[in-house]
Every structure is written in structure tokens, then in C-alpha cells.
Design a protein around this ligand. Sequence first.
Ligand code: ADP
Ligand code: MG
Length: 245
Amino acid sequence: MIKIQKINSVIEASSLCVDINTPPILKTLNFQVKKGEVYALLGGNGAGKSTTLKTFLGFNIPTSGNAKIDDQEVTEALDTTREKCAYLPESATLYPHLTARENIEYFLSLANIRKSQDDINQAFQKVALQQDAWDRHMQTYSKGMRQKTAIALALLREAPIFLLDEPTSGLDPVAIDEFNHLVRELALSGATILMVTHDVYGACQVADRIGLLRNGELVGEFDAPENGRIDTEEVHRAFAQKESA
Ligand code: ADP
Ligand code: MG
């Protein structure tokens, strides 16, 4: 008997509809992200990007269709699915009057996770947060540094799935490159990443697959060639064309 291998998708939207008011925000959305993949959902303002992420976190209930994390319907297994996900909202919400280390210790204690100072230092090193900032109040941090801290926390939580909302908006080009490099490293170490963005160039730089989202509908997908990146021009053309259509 031929055994059909099940595609092991970690994040899956199938015929996903979210209808908070009219018109519906997400309309029969279908996409899958496999383990170790970076998927960028690309779309303009109001396309439904943040709504998609919030649905995978269980903050929106699908009107129909499915939003699954590791084969579990999010709304039926909220605690388990949320535990697996590290969510970076557009502006990372850590406490400005605490240091990065204190923030990390505090959030780990809330999650009942014990880590040594060595573990925390290693996480800071992994995300390339400059050492002289580790014990500084986060109010002095740039957005890039706050994001690195949020990712260090996710690494210490050992979250295998990252949901990133416009992670590079407001970053300077050097910080964008650093961030994209970190995302690729996370994927190489087996993490699964769903990021939403309106930045064509950044999406092409980092994603294995790009889904073009327009008015809550997926209107195209682009795959990176083996050992290569998705072509920026091609995606830009499709994005501009679809947006103005
Ligand atoms: P994006 O992140 O792509 O900019 P959003 O997902 O935030 O877009 O929003 C998509 C659309 O859904 C927008 O028109 C927005 O006004 C609407 N929307 C988002 N959340 C809600 C909500 N809780 N109630 C009503 N409308 C919402
Ligand atoms: Mg948004």
C-alpha cells in the first residue's frame, strides 16, 4: 500500500474567514507554513495582516474555516497553542522602567520558567544585543534593541513558532539587515516563522514563501528558488498591480 505522507504544516489557515463586522476581514484564506520555514504575508494597510496573526493567537474566532497550530484548532486548544507561539506585536511591549534582564526574568517567572544568568546572557548574545545594554533600563532602547530583547525572551521560552507583526517597520537599514539575519538563523535552527509586513524588499530578503494579501484574500504566492531568494521586482509588480486593481 502506498503511504501518502502528510505534509507537516505547523501553521495552517484553511478556508479561514473572520467576520467581525461587514465586510468580512478575512475571506477564505488558505496558506501553510512548514517547520523551519519563514512565511511572509505581504499586504497594504488594512489588508488583514494583524487580524490573521491575532486569529492564530485566538483573539478572533473564525466565522468559518480553520486556524491551526501544530494540527490543533486554536480556539479548541488555546493554552497549548499560545504556549508554542512567540508573538511580537508591532511595538514590543516590555517594561521601559526595567532593564532587559529584569524584563526577561519577570516574564520567565510569569511563565514558570527557570533559567540561569548564563542562559540569559547566551540568549542576549544569540540575538546580538550589545552587552552594555543588558542591564540598562529599556526606555533608552531603540526599537531594534527592544525586538532583540523580545526575541531573546522567546528563545528562553523555547517557543518554536514566531508570529511577527511588521517587525522591521521603523528600523534603520542596518537594524533591518540584522533582524532579517536573526530570523533566517531562527529558521535554520528549526523555528517556524510567520511574519506580516508591507515591506516587499524585506519580505523577499527573508522569506521562503510570500503570500500576497489583499482585502482579506490571498491573491498570489511566491516561492524562493532552491538556495536563492524571491525576486523583489516580480513581487513588487504584483503588489503594486494588485493594490491598484
Ligand atoms: P493590517 O494589519 O493588514 O493593516 P488589520 O488586520 O489590522 O489590517 O485590519 C484589517 C481590516 O479589519 C481593517 O479594515 C480594520 O479596520 C478591520 N478591523 C480589524 N480589527 C477589527 C475589529 N476588532 N473590529 C472591527 N474591524 C476590525
Ligand atoms: Mg497591522
